[in-house]
Design a protein around this ligand. Structure first.
Ligand code: NAD
Ligand code: IPM
Ligand code: MN
Length: 369
């Protein structure tokens, strides 16, 4: 029986709460006896900082590097507001992305029919919505140097972040977007700001060049601010949106609200395929953060985390039927009216984090009987 090495990094706030529900799914699949998961758990973010003074230790990094896949909850929170910038909780996640080479972040935004009323938009705008944001994840202003605050001679301070993109970085993320679009509706929108930024000019040029290898895919260039507006005006016009690290961060939070809640959006962060083994490093995490406002109350929606596990089944383990099964179970649970507060109509009954996880397990049982 195939055995996979899974590293779970629950993190902070609601991270451990939603990761706990995925552990139920991991156990469910292991108990079925067709696939085995060797699960390791470790600290990341504020929890790691409290234990070691670092948001991720070298030992944890080693585990992440040797795992078949990493499942990540969320990091950060007001408790760590005062810690030094270099060791803030979020730095642990950024190190994982950078050192694992996870340049391609897929953030699908799917509006389940049962949730069309939970969206911030009217039903007709979101019903049937199925788009994916392909966010570049290891470059741009997140990692460009210099990145600093300097004190000037007159005592004023100057803060600098640097947006950098190379041809290679743009080319490989563009290929991911075109390849993905080929398996979907065949449309890519590339979002940048070439009207203001040199990186935008290069982005536009390189994406156009890569497009020549994909004549079967339609390419549209769109300015990133307009893209944000179009996501709210008419989101169903989009199939695949490819964009840089920062724009991808913003646009995916916008896309989340089209689906009903930030608690619904999963993601996969993928590295390059190894030419010899065909394997790729990967980390799966919900798009949302540690949600300090609801942490510790059992209110968090675990479906973004559960959806991220489904993406791990699909992209890291090639367990496509199992991934479909999880997604079907989630759709059925939603269709049955099971709702955490974030996706419930005002006044409608709600359940907690664990009840949603349990409902998904019951549905998995029912679907496989
Ligand atoms: P957030 O995503 O944590 O929360 C934004 C809002 O969405 C909150 O009202 C929250 O209650 C709600 N929300 C988020 N996830 C939810 C879920 N699963 N179920 C129900 N409601 C949910 O963003 P924030 O408040 O801006 O950031 C809080 C902390 O999280 C910060 O420290 C930030 O840096 C960090 N953060 C971490 C990640 C990550 O670890 N990947 C992502 C985003 C933010
Ligand atoms: C995300 C988060 C992260 C980001 C933070 C926590 C570093 O907002 O994954 O969307 O900005 O990439
Ligand atoms: Mn974000």
């Amino acid at each position: 029986m195939t055995s996979y090495n899974l590293l779970i990094l629950p993190g902070d706030g609601i991270g451990p709460e939603v990761a706990g529900e995925v552990e139920k799914l991991v156990a469910w699949f292991s108990n079925r006896g067709t696939v085995r998961f060797e699960v390791e758990k470790d600290l990341v973010g504020g929890a790691a900082y409290d234990a070691s003074g670092l948001p991720i230790t070298d030992e944890t990094m080693q585990r992440a590097l040797s795992a078949d896949a990493v499942l990540f909850g969320a990091v950060g929170g007001p408790k760590w507001d005062g810690v030094a910038y270099d060791v803030r909780p979020e730095a642990g996640l950024l190190r994982l992305r950078k050192d694992l080479g996870l340049f391609a972040n897929l953030r699908p935004a799917i509006c389940y029919p049962a949730l069309a009323e939970a969206s911030a938009l009217k039903r007709e705008y979101v019903d049937g919505l199925n788009l994916v944001i392909v966010r570049e994840l290891t470059g741009g202003v997140y990692f460009g140097e210099p990145k600093e605050v300097v004190t000037l001679e007159n005592g004023e301070k100057r803060a600098v972040d640097t947006q950098i993109y190379t041809t290679h970085e743009i080319e490989r993320i563009a290929r991911v977007a075109f390849e993905l679009a080929r398996r979907r509706q065949g449309r890519v929108a590339s979002a940048e700001k070439r009207n203001v930024m040199k990186t935008g000019v290069l982005w536009h040029q390189v994406v156009s060049e890569v497009h020549k290898d994909y004549p079967d895919v339609a390419l549209e260039h769109i300015l990133a601010d307009n893209c944000g507006m179009q996501l709210v005006r008419n989101p169903k016009q989009f199939d695949v949106i490819v964009t840089d690290n920062l724009f991808g961060d913003l646009l995916s939070d916008v896309a989340a609200m089209l689906t009903g809640s930030l608690g619904m959006l999963p993601s996969a962060s993928l590295g390059a395929e190894d030419l010899v083994t065909g394997k790729r490093r990967a980390l799966y995490e919900p798009v949302h953060g540690s949600a300090p406002d609801i942490a510790g109350q059992g209110l968090a929606n675990p479906l973004a985390m559960i959806g991220s596990f489904a993406m791990a089944l699909r992209y890291s383990f090639g367990l496509v039927q199992e991934a479909d099964l999880v997604e079907k179970a989630v759709a059925n649970v939603l269709a049955a009216g099971v709702r955490t507060k974030d996706i419930a109509a005002p006044g409608a009954p709600t359940v907690g984090t664990a009840e949603v996880g349990d409902a998904v397990i019951r549905e998995l049982d029912a679907l496989t009987q």
